[in-house]
Design a protein around this ligand. Sequence first.
Ligand code: NCD
Length: 310
Amino acid sequence: MNFLPLKHIITVRQFLRRELAERVFDLADRFRSAETRKRLPSLLKRKLMASVFYEPSTRTRFSFEAAMLRLGGEVISTESAAHFSSAIKGESLEDTIRVIGGYADVIVLRHYEKGAAAKAAGVSPVPVINAGDGSGEHPTQALLDLYTIKKEFGRIDDFTITMTGDLRYGRTVHSLIQLLSLCKKVKVVLVSPKELKLPQEYKTFLNARGLPFSETERLDDVLPHVDVLYVTRIQKERFASPRLFEKVKDAFVIDKKVAAKLSKKAIIMHPFPRVNEISPEVDQDPRARYFQQARNGLYVRMALLKLLLA
Ligand code: NCD
């Protein structure tokens, strides 16, 4: 099947199911096995990626940069654009992007404003990849999350996923939940304090796509029935009220006792960074998959860079 060329990666809504299976995940698999054999091809030689990050990041920036470098490409980078780029002098995001687009072949952008990546794509002469736009989306994280589910279960259909934590501000949740609408026979259970429920715009989308979901504040009831427990951090930096943050910050903590209620075949995922929501004692649990999940990000990002650039 022929797909339209990928221009930018802004939202998971732009992906088709077959495109995921045949292009992104297949390619990620190929890079994964090539890397294991130390045989990665230099497909992106003489291509330059600019990573422009206005918000903190560890995995997203390093995995994109590692992906680019390992495929023979080059990287220019600002990890603290809000403080060290001309933004501090009052330059608009649009001007910054137009200029960087004249130097680099692809721009990976993380920004604190929802909609920033779309705005950047509107003026950029080169592809823009949304590496997180405020409380909006984080599409490449969702792709690596679904890729991880596929690796673990051998399919992207027929499973139950429980998402817990900050469903209101968590952009990884917003992207993953929309991406799941491409899967068949998936049931979603949303577990959060009532102050951090999934925003209506995503529920409307799920309803329109026919993806069944339910909401609860009680994690214990759902644990025995889930295949994937997707835990997220409460997004402290997005709260207007510190009092509200204090109230909800330790709403759900996955420790050994909680994990014991999960079925044997379940897996525990987390986009990271984690704070208190998964106790380190759970890391030894064979169902904990978050470190592997982070590693999978490397292969998925290699695939995306190749699709945009080569
Ligand atoms: C997340 C993010 O920045 O949205 N991290 C990530 O990129 N894997 C999640 C978070 O900050 O809690």
